[in-house]
Write a protein that binds this ligand. Structure first.
Ligand SMILES: [Zn+2]
Length: 137
């Protein structure tokens, strides 16, 4: 794993629980204790009411493809081995939208509205990335 050369997230104090969660194969999302809003990406204050009283809850890990693109060519060398790959925006059942790769399927089979579930790809000792695959039930 030490040869991982793609960009890694910069873990911030307010996003650390998210990355600790993915490392344990859990998808955690921020929740405002004042107004109940679900929040993604992680922040220091609620974007709905500005409360700083935020907590975390575990998402069910399911959602639907809101939109996506298939990358076929024209990428930096470090991504060439992934071609073709799907980058999608996923609407989680919890009502938030998250960007990520759709994996474990032919890119030609991905459709808007397709049901997906989270999978976790450990890329370094510290970072595990959430990705999405077709929902298998
Ligand atoms: Zn709030």
């Amino acid at each position: 794993m030490s040869e991982y050369s793609k960009p890694l997230p910069a873990v911030q104090p307010w996003s650390r629980p998210f990355w600790e969660g993915t490392r344990e194969n859990r998808l955690l999302i921020q929740e405002c204790k004042a107004c109940g809003a679900k929040i993604f990406y992680p922040r220091k204050a609620c974007p709905e009411c500005w409360s700083a009283e935020l907590g975390w809850s575990e998402a069910c890990g399911r959602g639907k493809v809101y939109t996506f693109t298939v990358t076929l060519t024209g990428v930096e060398e470090k991504f060439a081995g992934d071609l073709p790959y799907v980058l999608a925006m996923i609407d989680l059942d919890e009502g938030i939208r998250m960007m990520g790769n759709v994996v474990e399927c032919d890119p030609g089979d991905v459709e808007i509205g397709m049901e997906v579930e989270v999978v976790f790809e450990r890329v370094t000792d510290e970072i595990t990335l959430p990705k999405w695959r077709p929902f298998r039930g």
